[in-house]
Each structure stands twice: as C-alpha cells, then as structure tokens.
Design a protein around this ligand. Sequence first.
Ligand code: KG4
Ligand code: ZN
Length: 380
Amino acid sequence: MILLALETSCDETSAAVVRDGRVLSSAVSSQIELHAEYGGVVPELAAREHLRNLIPVVQTALRDARVQPGQLDAVAATQGPGLPMALLVGFKAAQAVAFTLRKPFVGINHHEAHLYSPWISQQPAPLPVAIPHGGISPRTLSPMKVSADSRRRLRFRDSMHGIFFADFTAFQPNVSLIVSGGHTILVKVESELKHRVLGSTVDDAAGECFDKTGKLMGLPYPAGPEIDRLAEQGNPKAYEFPRPLLNDPGDDFSFSGLKTSVRYFLRDHPGILDDAQRVRDLCASIQAAIVEVLVKKTIRAAKRNHVRCVTASGGVTCNRSLRRELARACEREGFELRLAEKSLCTDNAAMIAILAERKLFHKVPATDLDAEIQPGWVLT
Ligand code: KG4
Ligand code: ZN
C-alpha cells in the first residue's frame, strides 16, 4: 500500500509517503524562524504559512518518493489535537485529495502517532528508493509547478528517502513517555493500537517548561534545544530546583512550579545572566530537574505495569540528557528502551503515515470525508 500523509497541527508543514512500513519520503518545512520573532507560535501566521507551503511540501514528498498522485492507495492527515486553523489546512486538503482519487482517508490523533513512532527505526544504510511495480522513473515525474519564490521560502528541516522502516514484528507491551511542547503523557501500550493513558501534565508540559524558563533567561524560541546545548557544558548540581510530583504515587506531571521557582531564582540573582558559565550551570540544573522527574516517573510506571519495554517520543525526546538518563535507568532496571529517532521526535508526517497504514492494515474503519478536525482531541 502507498499512503500519503499530511501534518499541519502546529508550526511544521509536513508530508510523507510510506509504502508497506517503509518511509519513502518525509518532507518537513519548519516555521520556527517565523515564530521566533514573536517568542512563540502565532496561530494566524502558522495557518497562513501552512497554506503557502503545503503544495510545495507535498510535491517534494511525492517527488522524493517517486510516486505520482494516481499511485496512492490511501491518504491521511492529523485530525487533532492542535491549533484549529493550522489543522484545517492539512486535514481538509487531505480529504480533498482522497475524494478526488476515490481512496480511503484516515484522520489521525497526533499523540497516538508520536506514541507509535519509536517503532520506526533507521535502516543501517540508505536503501535504494523503491519504484513501485509498474511505477515511474524520476524522469517521468512532472516538474514542480510552484514558483521559484515559493521554493526559496521553504526551509526544509529534512527530506529523507526510504531510510526509515516501521517494524511492528518487534512490538512488545510498553510504557511510553510522550514529551512535546504542549503535552507530557505517560501511556501503557498493551498491544498495537491498544493503549491507555496513565497520567499527563496537570499544568505546563515539559517542553513548555524548557521554552518558558529559557524565555526568562532571554534564550530564543524554542528554548529547549538551546538549553540542551548550553547544559552540556554546565554543572547540573550547581543550583537546586524542585522536582514537582516526583514522589507523588500517581502518573501525572506538573512543571509550572519549577518554572515559577526559576523566575524567583532569576529575580534573586540579578546579574547571573551576564556570566556565561553560570548560565550554562543554570541550564544544566533546570534540565536535570525536568529529566529526573520524567525518567523516574516513567521507570516507576513501567515497573508497576509489569512491562519489559519503555519507549519515548515527542520533541523533548531530542534532548541528549533525557536520552542518556533514560538509557542508563533502563539498563539498570533491565528494561528494553526504544527512543524515537531524533528526526521523528519533532513533528513530522512520517509518523502520521505509518500509524494510518497500521490502522488500515488492522481494518480500522476509514474516516468520513466530511469529518471535522478535533483541536481538543485528548488521547485516552
Ligand atoms: O513534538 P514537538 O515538535 O511539537 C509539539 O507537538 O509540541 O515538540 C516541540 C518541543 C518544544 O517545546 C521544544 O523546545 C522541545 O520540543 N525540544 C527540546 C529539544 N528539542 C526540541 N527540548 C529539550 N531539548 C531538546 N533538544
Ligand atoms: Zn508533536
């Protein structure tokens, strides 16, 4: 099966083509630079950018996959959660494509796609791009019919060819941590497509905590990657910050108290931001607090739920300290660890495509062509 998926839930415009578990292409155009100017995502601007970028991004994904629209067997898109105006762009476009091609359409929960993304792994070496039976060679592809200006404006985070593969034969029950800009969720995954949320954040998400504390320090949006970079040369024990809900027996998270304590810390230590090493120490100390909570609560949930595997996904899973500490804890406690590949941690349509394909494989009914977006869709 050849499936095209679109993802426009927040500030990345993405399209991907998969065939039988293999990601033939994944094009992601990031709007980060646009929103950085405003210190956060501006929904109206995000929607406008999606509208401008969607067609060139889809054309890139089809071209990289060497697939013509007529060869598609199904179409999918993120249905929610996300920014309403942003979601509408990809979701309605995908429905229109499915309608035109008379192919099944699948609306996907963005978090559910993150949840299964750790099962998509990189092949040891890039494989030659498969040309479907009776398919086309690159030369027969129609040229990009978008303006040169449109192409110049696109800043592709990545565009890959056939090097990722979803291997669900390796699947085993797991406890999964989804950590993104807007959500921090712990999930028990019993079998493929069968899962139950154990806990989630009661206020700020881990990514939000990175971004907001970084903003207090004057770091550019999104501050998570910058804190990660600065923290590598900082002392994580330099300053003590609270570990919210660490000893709470439940699986919920809370990060707003940590953010507030960083605000008071900065108020009480004027001048600290002028000292580069103390800024690195501060970043390392904040990161240590976030990472300790995430790792300890994930491991505790995995033990309590008697699984042997831990997985993690979402933008914050790019964080090097989180990856290292999860690996250490899992090794110590005897859990197998599957981390989403870094390029699949932040938002991308490849994970949407893979989940949609699995849903069709497992005979989950297709989504109506007049279904609406679900901006507040909560994973359960
Ligand atoms: O999953 P994602 O791309 O978007 C949402 O669905 O929210 O996650 C974006 C979040 C941002 O908060 C960003 O700061 C954070 O992921 N992030 C990181 C790192 N890379 C991205 N946080 C900490 N360390 C990183 N290396
Ligand atoms: Zn996401």
